[in-house]
Design a protein around this ligand. Structure first.
Ligand code: GRF
Length: 204
């Protein structure tokens, strides 16, 4: 059965495009992306989604920097509930979700550019370089009320080289993000994810 998703973005939108590509190529044939919403009016991802034929708009989250204000929250929850979405996928969405948003769908997923629980929050690739880790990667996880704390679905690793910059590491991780996110979404929409506390089992 087709599942309906809203994708939330704040910027470039490359993960969004990877998900769109997976839908169009049939890898995610049972997913309908019903809306793309950005909390940033200048996010390049808005035009990219429109160019792919999707309904993509800026919706104001309110004046707060990292969260939603009351009006903004009402706007988001209203749109999500009205759309009948089953899922929300965060694709570079730079705002902490309120529980009211999380509770308005069956599940919310996020992708983070580090091997959680290391390097939560902003500038994860810079944190990894500065810490001196030799391996990093990306994590797709369920979103709970915390920041980058929900149960982990999949992680993909990359080496960190001595001469890496934040940019070169980010690029290497991004290539893995574009594989990890469609895979995690596929398992979710096929009902193949079983959550036991923090542990997510993937039924093959
Ligand atoms: C990605 O690195 C993602 O892991 C992080 O924000 C970045 C978004 O990039 N949450 P894009 O907008 O998907 O290109």
């Amino acid at each position: 059965m087709t599942k309906r998703a809203i994708i939330l973005i704040s910027g470039r939108g490359s993960n969004l495009l990877a998900i769109i590509k997976a839908v169009k190529e049939g890898y995610l044939k049972d997913l309908e992306i019903i809306k793309v919403i950005s909390d940033n009016p200048e996010a390049p991802g808005i035009e990219k989604a429109k160019a792919e034929g999707y309904d993509a708009t800026y919706v104001s989250p309110g004046a707060k920097k990292a969260r939603f204000d009351e009006e903004g929250l009402k706007r988001y929850v209203g749109i999500i509930r009205e759309s009948g979405a089953n899922y929300i996928f965060l694709a570079g969405f730079m705002r902490i979700l309120d529980e009211k948003i999380i509770n308005s769908v069956d599940a919310v997923l996020n992708i983070h550019p580090s091997l959680l629980p290391s390097f939560k929050g902003l500038n994860a690739q810079k944190q990894a370089i500065e810490y001196g880790v030799k391996v990093s990667g990306c994590t797709v996880h369920f979103v709970d009320a915390g920041v980058d704390t929900g149960p982990i679905i999949i992680q993909r690793t990359v080496p960190v080289y001595a001469d890496d910059t934040e940019e070169s590491l980010a690029e290497r991780i991004l290539a893995e993000e574009h594989k990890a996110y469609p895979y995690a979404i596929k398992k979710l929409i096929e009902d193949k994810l079983e959550i036991h506390g923090r542990i997510v089992k993937i039924k093959e």
